[in-house]
Design a protein around this ligand. Structure first.
Ligand code: SAH
Length: 371
């Protein structure tokens, strides 16, 4: 296991030759732990409505000019069938924290997908109640993605204000999701204004402590219609301005940059911290390097990609950050592009559900422990 000084050393390393060692170590660990297959997860962005006021995200409720949509069950089911046609093993239903997505409607759509297809269903619907999460699990949902965004509690509360006075503890929620039997996924944004190298090292340690089955990391990308995008987005060269909603900046040398290079470091360190986790090469990374970000992520620890299945008429409205990669593509185009990219680096396209090998042994241990 890596020590904290090891993690910090890699996060601060700038020598490309030394970094090649990190990439190679992460890639070998990936090959030995999860193999050559790249699993495809069809992403369906089911609703852009959101009740939250997260200072980083373009879907935040106060962003009034953003047009909102909510897909019908029939539309979601059509996308799921399209996923089967493309040979995907999983669909991910993602949305803003939308109360209009009622617990029963979501349960119903999960049941219909599970009845009609062999797909694994992953949910990424934000912080919902224990009853809702339990209902969706019993309806057949397999996995839940909930990034803790940053392990620094003060920074998290500043960028992710609690909803109507209720405290929100995503780490506790991940524990609950695990108890309910979900495969659990989490992750962070990289280069949030106010985020330090120490914070990122703690993030990596928390990935390991939570024994995550899935880990998604990506650069923070400033959205001009958000407080962080307006005031604190220009991370790096220029000092960050202090305003009411913007976190106080750390000393300039401690501020993590929201760069492609930092993202690869975090992918590689996530792989070393959690060898058997499923780790996507994310769209946010591809947004920073449209030519080869996906491939480089896959060569530096990642083993999953998430082609977008959201109907083209809705895609532009799911604007969590601007200039998102693939926003004008059709599902067919995304599919073909991903397959080409995977084959171009000598990897194979995963078949079947692509469950995390981390999940089965843990379930086994739980059963044994219960005997
Ligand atoms: N409402 C769900 C899904 C949010 S979108 C939830 O809160 O869990 C999924 C992820 O996109 C978020 O967890 C966040 O890490 C990322 N994201 C949001 N805004 C972003 C931005 N401006 N730059 C980069 N990533 C962002």
């Amino acid at each position: 296991m890596m020590t904290r000084p090891d993690i910090l050393h890699w996060l601060r390393e700038t020598d490309p030759l030394r970094l090649d060692e990190l990439w190679a170590h992460a890639d070998r660990t990936r090959a030995a732990s999860v193999g050559a297959d790249v699993h495809l997860r069809g992403l369906i962005e089911v609703s852009s409505h959101c009740r939250r006021h997260c200072t980083y995200c373009g879907l935040r409720a106060p962003n009034a000019p953003l047009p909102r949509y909510r897909m019908t069950s029939e539309e979601i089911l059509r996308c799921a069938h399209q996923a089967v046609g493309f040979g995907y093993g999983t669909v991910v239903l993602q949305a803003g924290e939308d109360e209009g997505l009622s617990a029963s409607a979501v349960a119903d759509v999960i049941e219909r997908i599970k009845a009609d297809t062999p797909l694994a269903v992953t949910l990424s619907l934000g912080e919902r109640t224990e009853e809702e999460l339990a209902l969706w699990r019993s309806a057949g949902a397999d996995r839940y993605l909930l990034r803790f965004e940053t392990s620094n509690p003060e920074l998290f509360t500043r960028i992710h204000p609690p909803h109507s006075g209720r405290t929100c503890n995503r780490i506790a929620l991940l524990g609950l999701l695990r108890e309910l039997g979900y495969e659990i996924g989490s992750g962070v944004m990289i280069g949030i204004p106010g985020q330090t190298y120490e914070d990122l090292a703690s993030d990596v340690e928390l990935f390991a402590a939570l024994d995550l089955d899935m880990i998604g990391v990506g650069p923070f990308l400033p959205h001009p219609a958000t407080p962080l995008g307006r005031d604190g987005g220009g991370v790096g060269e220029t000092p960050l301005r202090r305003t009411g909603e913007t976190p106080a900046p750390p000393a300039p040398t401690d501020q993590v940059p929201n760069t492609e290079g930092m993202t690869y470091k975090m992918i590689a360190l996530a792989r070393l911290a959690c060898p058997r986790a499923n780790i996507p090469s994310t769209t946010a990374l591809a947004t920073l390097n449209k030519a080869s970000g996906r491939e480089l992520g896959l060569c530096r620890g990642a083993n999953v990609v998430m082609p977008n299945l959201t109907p083209p008429e809705y895609r532009a409205m799911y604007e969590i950050y601007p200039d998102k990669a693939c926003v004008f593509e059709t599902a067919e185009a995304c599919h073909g592009c991903m397959i080409r990219r995977i084959r171009s680096i000598g990897r194979t396209v995963g078949t079947g559900r692509g469950d995390s090998p981390n999940y089965r042994p843990r379930q086994g241990r739980t059963v044994e422990a219960g005997r």
